[in-house]
Design a protein around this ligand. Structure first.
Ligand code: SAH
Length: 444
């Protein structure tokens, strides 16, 4: 397994588990002038960001290969490409190429396979509050357009926002952060200060219970950093109310990356609909607005219990909760009823956790897609997704072609989707991208 296999993607894989509790009042409704408030909070003064005289960081020297990678737009420099390691502990360092030319400033992680995470082409900046305020403020400002559509979205998508190994998600008035490298951890207090200053959250939680931190020799735990954070937070996504679980939910509390896809298929849904791998029902709730009836299926009883609560919260009564294995259910429905759905969503967990597991994962993806296509009536729609970093866009499409061929149906590709604006996939950093979606129509 190569280093990029061990560390990609930027996004943490989907795991299991969540929590239950009470939401807080004082929730800013979607559609109020949230964006304007944010604008005021973000009027950032850009002054000189050069390190004060006398401020010195350690120096790392990298190979020609390492330097070239940065030149081509990728911020990671692996251990094998560091020809002279900094003497000091984790933190900021200046980076020189093999000829002694300074190529920038990086976060240094002594224990990691990714030794250096480049953050700036300028080799004289100080990574002080002003620097972070500018970097984080830029990321937050990019999201202003969605602050009126949803109260839950990603504020900082790691390398995608020029903040390597840093994730920050907003759930209404609360923030959940993940700091996933030793070099970044050193800047924890200043980052949290800047987030407080720019966003004024009611609380900031660190969901640092991610295995990647162990590789960085960092503690693996959940920690309240500022204020207080409730067990559950009600968020409003395009008019649908959903409970997120910041302390123990999957990822940082919910799946924020499918927001636009829920709207896409929600607007097209009709007839009898199936939301496979439903978790707490986010797709199902959107489908239920137009479909006659919806089956929300998940293997987890806990997930379905919350899906039920979310239905009540939205006064939705046409969703049936089914606790089952999706593979079995899809097979049995076809055997018993043939073509019996007009709309299907497949949003499985990452089947390919590593490159080595890709062939088996592709077989799994193909099986569920093939079975879903067989279940659709002529004219029926399938929205299907994969969040496996290792299943690239071409492989995803190839898998769908193969499933369509085996299904014996004529299938049109109506749209392919990627990540929403708050999860920027930087084209020179493949690890920032992981989510792919396709809208398929069974023609006859
Ligand atoms: N669609 C959800 C996210 C799904 S995450 C959303 O938009 O929020 C993947 C879900 O698949 C998890 O809830 C997990 O419990 C469920 N799952 C995993 N394996 C499964 C299986 N074999 N059958 C059914 N559900 C499964």
């Amino acid at each position: 397994m190569g280093p990029s296999d061990a560390y990609g993607p930027v996004e943490q894989g989907r795991t299991y588990g969540w929590v239950h509790g009470g939401a807080r009042p004082d929730i800013k409704p979607v559609g109020t002038n949230a964006a304007a408030d944010w604008d005021a909070a973000l009027s950032i003064g850009m002054q000189s960001r050069t390190a004060p005289a006398g401020r010195s960081y350690d120096v790392a020297v990298v190979t020609a290969k390492g330097a070239r990678r940065w030149k081509l737009g990728h911020p990671w420099i692996y251990r094998s490409d560091v020809s002279r390691r900094p003497d000091g502990p984790a933190g900021a360092v200046r980076v020189e190429d093999h000829r002694g030319k300074r190529i920038g400033t990086a976060l240094w992680s002594p224990a990691s396979e990714i030794s250096l995470r480049m953050v700036d082409h300028d080799a004289s900046v100080a990574l002080d509050a002003e620097w972070w305020r500018h970097r984080i403020g830029t990321a937050i400002r990019r999201r202003e357009s969605i602050a009126n559509l949803t109260t839950a979205f990603r504020l900082i998508h790691g390398e995608g926002d020029g903040c390597p190994s840093l994730i920050c998600d907003r759930y209404d008035r609360w923030l959940v952060v993940q700091l996933m490298s030793a070099g970044l951890e050193v800047f924890r207090d200043v980052i949290v200060d800047v987030l407080e200053e720019l966003v004024h959250p009611a609380g900031i939680l660190a969901r640092n219970d991610v295995p990647l931190r162990a590789k960085e020799h960092l503690s693996v735990s959940v920690e309240l950093l500022r204020g207080s954070v409730p067990d559950e937070v009600e968020v409003n996504e395009h008019g649908i109310r959903v409970l997120a679980a910041p302390w123990r939910g999957q990822k940082t509390g919910a799946f924020l990356d499918q927001r636009e896809n829920r709207v896409l298929i929600g607007e097209l849904a009709r007839g009898r609909a199936l939301d496979c791998f439903s978790y707490h029902g986010s797709f199902a709730l959107h489908l239920a607005r137009r479909a006659d009836s919806v089956v929300a299926l998940d293997v987890s009883a806990e997930a379905l219990r919350r899906a039920g609560e979310n239905c009540v919260r939205n006064e939705i009564t046409n969703v049936e909760l089914v606790e089952a294995d999706a593979f079995d259910y899809l097979r049995e429905q076809h055997r018993a009823f043939g073509e019996c759905f007009e709309t299907i969503v497949l949003d499985p967990p990452a089947f390919a956790k590593s490159r080595a597991s890709l062939p088996a994962a592709i077989r799994g993806y193909k099986e569920i897609n093939l079975r879903a296509l067989r279940l659709l009536t002529p004219g029926g729609l399938l929205f299907t997704a994969s969040c496996s970093f290792h299943l690239t866009k071409p492989l995803f499409l190839e898998m769908l072609q193969s499933a369509a061929a085996d299904s014996g149906r004529r299938v049109a590709l109506r749209a392919m989707t990627g990540q929403p604006i708050d999860h920027p996939e930087v084209i020179t950093i493949p690890e920032t991208g992981y989510l792919k979606g396709a809208l398929l129509e069974v023609l006859d």
